[in-house]
Design a protein around this ligand. Sequence first.
Ligand SMILES: [Zn+2]
Length: 354
Amino acid sequence: MNQHTSFDLPICLAVEEDAFFHSDEIIKRYIPDIIGQKTLVISEEFLIGIYREKITDISHDFGNAEILAMKDASFDEAVAIAKKVCVEDIKVIIGIGGGRVLDTAKYAAHISKAVYICMPTSLSNDSLASPFSVLETYGKTRKTIECNIPTAIIVDTNMIINAPETQTLSGIGDTIAKHTALYDWKLAASKGSARIDDFAYALSRMSYDSVYHCDEKNMKSRVFIRILSRALVMGGLAMEIAGSSRPCSGSEHLFAHAIEEYYTDVKISHGIAVALGSIGACIFQKQDPTSMIEFFSAHGLDINPQSYGITEDMFADIWKKARTVRAGRVTILDDIKHDRAQLNEIYSRMVEGK
Ligand SMILES: [Zn+2]
C-alpha cells in the first residue's frame, strides 16, 4: 500500500459486443453483492424511446428497477435525483446515455453515496470515467464539479457503432486535446503552479497516442471503438490519479469553457470545441498543428469555426475570455499576448482547413 497516493479506480471496465444485453452477468462477475439491491436506471426520454428494448431488459435484470427520464443535465436535477435515492433507500444508480445523462447520474450517485454503474450510449467525451461532472448551474451556464468516479463502466461496442457520428467525433476531439493539455501541464509544473504525476501523465499520453496513431481510421469499426472507449476511460482515470483535470485539460479546454460559459447559443459539442481549441493552443505553444489538422480532416472532423456559427470577432473574443475563464490555471495563454492579427490568421487557416 502506497501511503502517498489517494485515488479510486473502477472495479469493472467491460468493453464488449452486446454488453448491455448481459450487464447483470458482467456486474455479477465483479460485484455480486450489488445484484438484488434496489436500483434506479437514469436515462433520457428520447433514448428510452430509441433503446426501449435494451433499457427495459436492463431494468428487468436489476430487479425491475425504476427507469427515470431526466430532463436537464443540471446541478438541481442531480440533487433532486440524489434526494429520491436517499429517501427511497436506492443503493445502485445505472446511468444509460451520453455525456448529459452520465454526468447527472454520476453526480447524483456521488451525493447520495449510491454505487454508480456507467453505461454510455455514445463516446462523446472523457467525462464517463472522470472524477468530474459538467452540470448546468444557473440557466444554461455550466460548471465542472468534482465527484466520485463510477464503480463500474460497461461499454457496448454495438451501441457505440450505431451512435451518431458527431458524438464519436466529439470523443476523438476530447482525446486529441490531451496533446496540448499535457504541454500546458508541464509548463505549469515548470512554473511551480502544478505537480506532474508521472503515471497520470503516461496514461493520458497513451490515451492520445492510441487514437492518434491508430491504423484503423474507420470510426464504425469495432477495433476503433474499443480503442476510443479505452482511451476516454484512461483519460478519466488519469484525472483521478492526478487529483485534477490537468492531464486532459489545458488552454484548448479553456477555449471550450469560454464557449460553454459565454456563448451558450453556439451549437457545438464539448469535444469538437476542444478540437478547435487544440489548433490554436498548438500554435501558441509553437507546435506545428499541420499533422493534427490532417488527422481531423482524415476523420471528417470539421474544424471550420464558421460551421458552428463562430465569426472572426467571436473567435478572438473566445480566446480572450479563455484567459480568465478558470482563474489560477496556468497555461500557454499566460505567456502570450492577445494578438488579434495572429488570431485572425489562425481563424483563416481553420476556415480553409489546412
Ligand atoms: Zn474534455
